[in-house]
Design a protein around this ligand. Structure first.
Ligand SMILES: *[C@@H]1O[C@H](CO)[C@@H](O)[C@H](O)[C@H]1NC(C)=O
Ligand SMILES: *[C@@H]1O[C@H](CO)[C@@H](O)[C@H](O)[C@H]1NC(C)=O
Ligand SMILES: *[C@@H]1O[C@H](CO)[C@@H](O)[C@H](O)[C@H]1NC(C)=O
Ligand SMILES: *[C@@H]1O[C@H](CO)[C@@H](O)[C@H](O)[C@H]1NC(C)=O
Length: 968
């Protein structure tokens, strides 16, 4: 319970939907559409996503893509080929640039790169192993035309691409070929590069040659990869070759030429090759994704929209809309040029003829996007001219998407797996939920490669390449195995074990809800007067800066004065049991039996009577963390004498309440009480054992109840299921929580076969476990009637004693430590069954928190209970776990220890600013009541089920007792 903030989920997780949808809206699709305005239709998208709840945004989604969906990986020539001057290849601007010391990080060059020029067979083999359906690569212009012109044709270069293409086709892998991925022949740079309109003809002649040579097998062409980078980084900022630094006008001039060159090549393909070859051709701009700072502010949306129009519209507006630049761009650049007293706009003007020529020159649209750490995602939209009228929802291909990690070696690349796990899931949501017509997805990149200015660091590959080894050996990373599995499954199908199970719990299953004394019921005691009656939590919460907002439990929900209101809530929940704890210092103000506070005891008697009158059985926790301060002042749990004190306290409660209470919990979560030193755990266990024996010998015969201890346990999964270290760490994580305090050697008897093999202690305190004596062990052994379990979440472990991590795709809650991981609940229950010889189990806490603005429609919590309770049902029905009862945490929002009132777990909202502390049900209250009423989940196929029909809510309080706003 140490979380103080809920980190905002990075927006990149919702990348695809937010990225695609504005584009889909913006580039509405008819060939001669009116020019885009700002704000464009795309703003609908930001507005839509700004009103989305975190739950809707973050829930992991399962499903598969259509059968003909194409999965691939991507690369580009200069980044992987090497062989920079092999067999007559001419130099490119990138060869020359990287040869100048200081230009590239670590002095790296692409001279050898991954040596793919010499590794066609190896590369094709790896692609086959991945199971991809396409491979996107680029052609090196100067490898085919060393001088850039078709008067010098290098047959070795052509051979290389033929071998690659043939290898792909032979293995049913579709080649997707980029004609220009930044590596201009140096000879053409020497005549002015893309600033020279001579390049239009020269590029066309190169493309023409490629269509003629490879087009019988290549059916998917991309003219330019990221033309804005070519124009801006190459000619504006000048960071990339040819390093022209002329931000004012060169990028506009270059883009003008790139657009014309693209259109020319498109028409060449259209006129000469399309009929016989039948492929598609496109251009791939890039987008730096932009989020409006305040999504609810229309001005921010407009700014984001304008940014997008400038960045993407620069190239896509002419091609997909009307042959011309976006109006906002013409207007802005023109205005500025005028202010600068220039004779004409820095943005060149297309003639009417040119506009006609450029408009509609793409069958496919794609884009890439970069964020600071993450990187290229891009999409392509296919644009077959035969279906023009249906272009409201064009087919889309994602050509690059991936993540770079700065590391020497990342074969065990968990981060990348999480990246793909969440990004591909967003692609799936876009396809399934938003109806985006997604047809393909390509990961960037096939293998670690030359990452331009960054050299070989960071790495983006699904395969690791050892750049220190002359053979450039490739090793599949774990992400490659993961991606191959996604391809094999054609998406992310719901795992069999996660399928929802309809059915009922056993008859007499206990349904309960829990609270704890300090968290809900504290009378309005004045500190000074009652200083001898305080608990350690009173003191702690009154120490400045210990609790969020300096909240205290002084009043909390004032349950001390609201028995009737609380019982009403329990009745509407339809629980059979109610778990609460007794405040030791309320009953015994100084912790000892020297003085019994009859008024305090009487409160519990009245509460229990009210419960029994409502046919709700009490489940009573003796100790839920609020030790009397007077005992803490003589050493608390570190002082041996506390064992006797606790036994006396327990005996008083057995005597006075035991005829009505049939279910006792000695300690709640001793592990949390006993972080260190271990002597605390020792005394807790001994105190538990003494209370248990006392009950067993003196009270059980006539009272006939159950008594045990309840522990908290997360489930742990190994971060990498193939790594023994991680597996061991997961096992230890689960064992430590149980054994360190409750089960140490043989205590309290759950341990199968006697002694657990814990080794040297736990993560907090290695090697400090004190031994129990032989007679202590005998005394502790077997002191349980059931296995009490508090469970909330799952962690991933790696290496023993390392902090646990979580999976990025797991749903968050209001508490940083609590991820919604229902699958772990069933696994833990099954583990307890196996490990402890099938004990009767009572789940004594399970629930989820929220933070922030109040929402009575707590979908998030309903989802949690639905899925967790369903996993419990599977444990009972499918795994034969002897689960006897389930308890939700918690009845109402209350004092959540160190986080005060910030994290809310309740079925009922408590208005803490209202002096009456009124309680109001959230939607989950009704939902839980429904589960209880049906004793599980009736199959809709066999409906209708009357158990689902609860009394309607929302009537005025006077007529609806279920609506709790009674003030006492
Ligand atoms: C893929 O299949 C769907 C129907 O399942 C069809 O509508 C679509 O045209 C196909 N796409 C391609 C690229 O073949
Ligand atoms: C332990 O508690 C007893 C009272 O129960 C007290 O007399 C004694 O001084 C305490 N010991 C320590 C070390 O505080
Ligand atoms: C519990 O009490 C019963 C009856 O007195 C006794 O037979 C049994 O041995 C006790 N259990 C333990 C573990 O001491
Ligand atoms: C509660 O939220 C869900 C999901 O956000 C929505 O579908 C439902 O209509 C909402 N219910 C009410 C009563 O507002």
């Amino acid at each position: 319970f140490v979380g103080f903030f809920l980190p905002k989920r990075p927006f990149v997780d919702i990348w695809l939907i937010t990225l695609l949808s504005p584009i889909v809206f913006m580039l509405c699709c008819l060939p001669n559409l009116p020019a885009s305005e700002v704000p464009s239709k795309a703003k609908v998208v930001w507005e839509k996503f700004s009103s989305q709840t975190n739950f809707e945004r973050d829930t992991y989604f399962y499903g598969t893509f259509p059968e003909n969906f194409t999965w691939g990986v991507s690369s580009s020539a200069y980044q992987v080929e090497g062989g920079w001057d092999a067999d007559g290849k001419g130099p490119s601007i990138w060869d020359n640039f990287s040869h100048v010391p200081g230009n590239i990080k670590n002095g790296d060059t692409g001279d050898i790169a991954c040596d793919s020029y010499n590794k066609v067979e190896e590369d094709v083999y790896l692609l086959r192993a991945l199971g991809v359906k396409n491979y996107r690569f680029s052609l090196s212009w100067s490898r085919i035309f060393p001088s850039g012109r078709n008067n010098s044709i290098n047959s070795h270069g052509i051979d290389y691409y033929n071998r690659l293409i043939d290898g792909l086709v032979a293995n049913n892998i579709t080649p997707i070929v980029t004609l220009y991925h930044w590596d201009l022949p140096q000879a053409l740079q020497d005549i002015g590069g893309w600033e020279s309109s001579a390049l239009i003809d020269l590029f066309d002649s190169f493309a023409d040659f490629c269509f003629q040579t490879f087009g019988d097998r290549v059916k998917f062409w991309i003219t330019f990869n990221e033309p804005q980078v070519i124009a801006w980084a190459g000619y504006g900022a000048g960071t990339l070759p040819p390093n022209v630094n002329d931000p004012g006008s060169a990028p506009y001039r270059v883009a003008h030429i790139l657009l014309k060159a693209h259109a020319r090549v498109y028409h060449t393909y259209d006129d000469k090759y399309r009929a016989s070859q039948g492929g598609v051709i496109a251009l791939c701009p890039n987008i730096d994704w932009v989020e409006p700072k305040t999504p609810s502010d229309p001005r921010d949306i407009e700014a984001a929209d304008r940014y997008l129009q400038f960045l993407v519209g620069w190239f896509t507006h002419p091609i997909f809309k009307n042959g011309d630049y976006p109006e906002v761009m013409k207007w802005k650049v023109g205005n500025r040029s005028e202010l600068q007293n220039l004779p004409s706009s820095r943005l060149p003007v297309f003639t009417a003829e040119e506009r006609d020529y450029i408009r509609g020159t793409a069958d496919v649209f794609c884009f890439n996007s970069y964020t600071s750490k993450i990187v290229t995602h891009s999409t392509t939209r296919s644009w077959p001219s035969s279906a023009i009228t249906e272009y409201g929802n064009p087919p889309i291909y994602i050509i690059e998407n991936g993540v770079g990690i700065k590391t020497k070696s990342d074969v065990d690349d968990n981060t990348r797996i999480f990246y793909y796990k969440t990004y591909i899931d967003e692609a799936l949501k876009a396809y399934k939920l938003d109806g985006v017509n997604l047809r393909g997805y390509n990961a960037w990149s096939f293998m670690d490669s030359f990452e331009w200015l960054n050299g070989y660091d960071p790495r983006f590959g699904l395969h690791q390449v050892d750049f220190d080894n002359p053979n450039r050996p490739r090793t599949p990373k774990r992400s490659a195995v993961y991606y191959a599995e996604i391809i094999r499954n054609n998406g992310i199908p719901l795992p069999k074990e996660d399928e929802f199970l309809y059915g009922e719990f056993p008859k007499n299953f206990w349904w309960s809800v829990a609270t704890a004394a300090y968290q809900v019921r504290k009378p309005r005691w004045t500190l000074k007067v009652y200083v001898d009656r305080l608990s350690i939590w009173d003191q702690f919460s009154h120490t400045p800066l210990k609790i969020s907002n300096d909240d205290t439990g002084d009043v909390a929900c004032d349950s001390y004065h609201k028995i009737e209101a609380d019982v009403e809530m329990l009745k509407s929940l339809k629980v059979s049991h109610y778990r609460f704890s007794i405040s030791w210092s309320r009953v015994l103000p100084d912790g000892t039996t020297r003085y019994i506070n009859e008024m305090g005891l009487n409160y519990y008697e009245r509460l229990i009577d009210a419960l029994l009158a409502a046919n709700i059985m009490p489940q009573v926790t003796l100790y839920h963390w609020d030790l009397p301060l007077a005992l803490q002042n003589v050493g608390g749990w570190e002082n041996d004498t506390i064992v006797q004190r606790f036994k006396e306290y327990a005996e008083l409660l057995f005597q006075r309440l035991g005829d009505k209470v049939k279910f006792w919990i000695t300690f709640n979560e001793p592990y949390n009480t006993a972080y260190s030193p271990y002597v605390v755990g020792h005394n807790l266990i001994k105190a538990h054992a003494e209370a248990w024996h006392l009950y067993n010998e003196t009270y059980r015969a006539k009272q006939g109840g159950l008594i045990s201890i309840t522990i908290n346990s997360d489930w742990a999964e190994p971060r990498n299921p193939y790594n023994q270290e991680d597996i061991d760490a997961a096992r230890q994580y689960v064992q430590v929580q149980r054994h360190a305090v409750t089960a140490l050697p043989a205590a309290p008897g759950f341990v199968r076969g006697g002694t657990p093999s814990l080794g040297a202690g736990d993560a907090q305190n290695p090697g400090q476990l004190p031994e129990f004596t032989e007679s202590e062990k005998q005394r502790i052994k077997g002191t349980y009637d059931y296995f009490g379990l508090n469970h909330y979440t799952t962690v991933l472990t790696y290496k023993i004693n390392y902090p646990a991590v979580t999976d990025r795709s797991w749903l968050n809650s209001g508490s940083i430590w609590l991820k919604v991981t229902p699958f772990g609940f069933r696994k833990l229950l099954r583990w307890i069954k196996e490990e402890y010889n099938n004990p009767p189990i009572y789940v004594t806490e399970n629930g989820v928190s929220e933070r922030g603005d109040l929402d009575f429609n707590d979908t998030w919590r309903m989802h949690y209970y639905r899925s967790y309770v369903n996993e419990a049902l599977k444990a009972v029905v499918l795994d034969g776990v002897d689960l006897r009862g389930y308890t939700a945490w918690t009845l109402m929002d209350n004092f959540e220890w160190a986080v005060g009132f910030d994290e809310k777990f309740g079925f009922y909202h408590v208005n803490f600013t209202d002096p009456e502390l009124r309680r109001h049900p959230k939607a989950s209250a009704r939902y839980y009541a429904q589960i209880i009423n049906c004793n599980g989940f009736p199959d809709p196929a066999t409906g209708p089920h009357p158990c689902l029909e609860l009394e309607p809510e929302g009537k005025p309080c006077s007529r609806n007792p279920a609506c709790v706003c009674i003030s006492l």
